[in-house]
Design a protein around this ligand. Structure first.
Ligand code: SF4
Length: 465
């Protein structure tokens, strides 16, 4: 399939990656490094003073993994089995939590944390005493009784049924398992060998009872050796194992930043060379999509699926689903406060990101400063475009009236150039504009990210990966 609209997108980008992830808008590369501790304190105070009851998610980034998966683009810090390193890192994390606690006390603030998510890295590599201590520290700024969701990323290679019971006892009510692909050859090519039996063992009836907010599987599309047949089998196994949600992400390929991705090309340096290209990735996704929807899942946004009974599927039907850096959510919170190396917060109209470097993170904390590396205050144009992009990506359509009313503009006038740029998409029957709305057709769903790209005001100066 070589569609006309693809001529409007830089072919280098099409070839290298699913570059337009839009987990934030604008992209982090446009955030300012002159933003720091003072700005963070003032944004936090502004948000919690103006909206004291606003629901917040606390994201906690746990560094380190014990094995390196070659496709991975997460910020893991280091591959290590040394538990002392994990303990040291947790000590820094507790300093950041302590700073937050002092800040809240100083301003008599009681933030309304309603959700916690533990990500990484590998949170399931922590020892039980360290995990106990982590939860105790989180309890110093969060009323754990108030949580509607407490979730964790699970590495099935390092998790047992007994540990699942333990996580449940600590208050965790949703788990997300890193699956990637069930095919042994694909697993070998990405250095993530994880026999299906491991996952079968964890997906017992008891697991359903333990995690009332559900179980998620993460699958990646575009890995080496994936074919239409292998991804059909992987998707069918997902249907059989029956998680509540499935995230079907495209491989994010950035070998300049994550050099280990080049190991997927028989150890040669440079771009991995056995990967499905842009068009093959679309075909793989289409096969998985067909298998999952025939298996009873509904598509909840660009790259997510859920059982119709799941809270996200219900939120999608009600128009309340929200998409953010953690995937699609049932829309129970808007702001995310994050702790840990490299993690970033969305506080009202502000973005802030912590240092990537552990030493710089530690040094800032030792000086009593929040370890902010960069940030961005969104102007009205950013907010509108983010709204348009996230709505298209989540619901495959956007009505102009809602944006007119929310931002006091006339959509057709404000986005005149963008609407004109959609002509080629319309000719290819990927998009329709009618009744003052952009509607992405079923055929166009696969290209929603490139359709969103039309609304990206920063695209001309966006770095190439
Ligand atoms: S995929 Fe998960 S377990 Fe593998 S290296 Fe990345 S963060 Fe670690």
């Amino acid at each position: 399939m070589r569609l006309q609209m693809l001529n409007h997108v830089d072919p280098n980008i099409l070839q290298i990656t699913n570059a337009f992830m839009y987990t934030e808008y604008p992209h982090k590369s446009f955030w300012s490094t002159s933003v720091g501790d003072k700005d963070y304190r003032s944004a936090l105070l502004e948000l919690l003073t103006n909206e004291p009851t606003t629901p917040l998610l606390l994201y906690v980034h746990i560094l380190y993994c014990t094995e390196l998966c070659w496709f991975c683009t997460c910020h893991i810090g280091e591959i290590t089995k040394d538990q002392n390193k994990r303990k040291n890192y947790l000590g820094m994390l507790y300093s950041e939590i302590r700073l937050l606690r002092e800040f809240f006390n100083q301003h008599s603030l009681t933030p309304n944390f309603t959700e916690i998510h533990l990500g990484g890295g590998s949170p399931t590599d922590l020892t039980i005493p360290d995990f106990d201590c982590l939860v105790e520290n989180l309890g110093s700024i969060v009323n754990m009784e108030n949580l509607s969701e407490f979730s964790i990323e699970i590495d099935p290679r390092h998790t047992t049924r007994e540990m699942l019971r333990y996580y449940h006892d600590k208050g965790i009510n949703r788990i997300s398992m890193g699956i990637q692909d069930f095919d042994p050859k694909v697993q070998g090519a990405i250095n993530r060998v994880q026999p299906i039996k491991l996952v079968e063992d964890l997906m017992s009836n008891e697991t359903d009872d333990l995690f009332s907010n559900g179980v998620n599987f993460d699958i990646i599309c575009g890995l080496p050796h994936q074919t239409k047949e292998t991804i059909r089998r992987t998707a069918a196994e997902c249907v059989r194992l029956s998680p509540d949600r499935i995230c079907l992400n495209y491989l994010h390929l950035a070998p300049h930043f994550t050099k280990h991705q080049s190991l997927m090309s028989d150890g040669k340096h440079g771009r991995p060379d056995r990967l499905p290209d842009y068009y093959e990735r679309k075909e793989l996704f289409a096969v998985a999509l067909e298998t999952l929807t025939q298996g009873g899942y509904v598509r909840t946004g660009y790259d997510h699926f859920a059982k119709p009974t799941d809270s996200v599927a219900r939120a999608m039907a009600d128009g309340k689903m929200h998409w953010n850096a953690l995937g699609v959510t049932a829309g129970r919170y808007d702001s995310i406060l994050s702790v840990g190396v490299h993690s970033y917060s969305t506080l009202g109209n502000y973005y802030f990101q912590n240092f990537y470097d552990v030493q710089k993170y530690q040094e800032a904390l030792e000086q009593g400063l929040f370890p902010i590396f960069r940030g961005h205050k969104q102007n009205q144009d950013d907010l509108m475009r983010r709204d348009v992009i996230q709505t298209l990506r989540s619901f495959f359509s956007i009505g102009f009236e809602g944006i007119d009313a929310k931002y006091g503009i006339n959509f057709e006038n404000y986005f005149k150039e963008e609407l004109a740029s959609l002509d080629s998409y319309i000719k290819d029957e990927l998009v329709e504009i009618k009744n003052r709305a952009i509607i992405v057709t079923e055929k166009g769903h696969q290209f929603t990210n490139t359709i969103c790209y039309v609304f990206d005001a920063y695209k001309k100066s966006r770095p190439r990966f």
